[in-house]
Design a protein around this ligand. Structure first.
Ligand code: AMP
Length: 138
């Protein structure tokens, strides 16, 4: 397996070398808004310690992430009055992964509403407003 790259974009977010809209953190995990959201409230949960994806993660890293995923899923659903939530997690290029630091996508869902197409940058003012709603729901 390719070794972990200390200069991947989420490692830079963890080190505060590039900006992010942070929602929550604890000793083991960090949550921030996805800048190309496929649904309102789309956010990402990552471990604070390095691993490329689910395949090289430790059981402790996965457990910590899932606790935070559950907590943020409840908050994001509440913030957007969602009917459900979709989790996405991709592994290696063939599995759809683009950023090689383990992350879980939380996507609040409304009945009958499709995910938006990938690759569209959000308006940062809108993203900040949405982040505030999720923080308030936490
Ligand atoms: P994937 O590795 O396929 O799960 O995709 C990486 C995800 O990270 C995509 O949904 C991107 O929109 C998101 N992303 C990439 N760069 C940033 C960033 N600087 N801040 C927040 N989200 C990002």
């Amino acid at each position: 397996m390719t070794p972990y790259d200390q200069d991947n974009i989420f490692a830079k977010i963890l080190r505060d070398e590039i900006p992010s809209i942070r929602l929550y953190e604890d000793a083991e995990t960090l949550v921030f808004m996805d800048i190309m959201p496929r649904a309102d409230g789309h956010c990402l949960v990552i471990p604070k310690t390095p691993c490329r994806n689910m395949l090289d993660a430790t059981a402790d890293q996965l457990a910590a992430c899932m606790g935070t995923v559950q907590r943020l899923s409840h908050a994001a659903m509440k913030a957007f009055d969602a009917d459900g939530v979709t989790l996405q997690q991709f592994n290696e290029t063939a599995g759809g992964q683009e950023v090689f630091h383990l992350h879980f996508h939380i996507l609040p869902r409304h009945a009958g509403v499709s995910l938006r197409p990938p690759g569209n940058m959000a308006d940062m003012d809108v993203l900040n407003e949405q982040a505030e709603k999720i923080r308030a729901a936490l």
